[in-house]
Design a protein around this ligand. Structure first.
Ligand SMILES: [Zn+2]
Ligand SMILES: [Zn+2]
Length: 187
């Protein structure tokens, strides 16, 4: 059983309450951005709902550790229609759009799961992680004609999805995304 309640602060957000026999789960919903990766989306969804651990969200939706895996770009076994359907029901995004946040078959074998890459110039415009940055076939940003960064030029730390970088627009070391652009080589 579900009940849809209009949001108060944002018309695009609305709260869905799922009544379970013993507990109810309410999520403030979020829409996927253009080419946003599933990991980025799940992280934003957690932030928006003040859920600190990926496991808490996953378990609340009765998806076991599935969402933990997705947030770490672990897609083996690949998401099933049922799993996407459950997430879709709570997050408010369509199954088709959610499926687009995962790598296409051609990119799955060499998908870069451990090294988070980014174009700082893209992030300055819209600060979220794009799926295509993790494709082995992609080494630069077509839009800005700049090579992707795989670590912060300031502190040499690897980037992470669960990071304040995306909200602060700067690394923990203090280097801002606007400054990182200068370290991206021409592509
Ligand atoms: Zn770019
Ligand atoms: Zn840094």
């Amino acid at each position: 059983m579900s009940e849809i309640i209009p949001g108060e602060s944002d018309l695009t957000d609305y709260q869905q309450t799922i009544e379970d026999s013993s507990e109810s789960i309410s999520l403030w919903q979020a829409s996927l951005f253009e080419n946003e990766s599933i990991a980025s989306y799940l992280y934003r969804l957690r932030l928006q709902n003040a859920i600190s651990a990926p496991s808490s969200l996953s378990q609340a939706l009765e998806l076991g550790v599935v969402l933990n895996r997705w947030e770490k770009f672990r897609f083996n076994p690949f998401p099933t229609e049922t799993e996407l359907q459950i997430l879709s029901q709570f997050c408010g995004e369509s199954i088709d759009k959610l499926a687009e946040a995962f790598p296409p078959e051609s990119e799955r074998k060499k998908f870069m799961a451990r090294t988070i890459r980014l174009c700082a110039a893209c992030c300055v415009q819209a600060c979220y992680h794009r799926l295509k940055w993790q494709f082995d076939s992609v080494s630069g940003c077509e839009h800005h004609k700049l090579r992707l960064l795989s670590k912060c030029p300031g502190c040499e730390e690897k980037f992470a999805i669960a990071s304040s970088l995306w909200t602060d627009k700067s690394c923990k070391c203090g280097m801002r995304l606007t400054k990182m652009i200068k370290h991206q080589q021409r592509y």
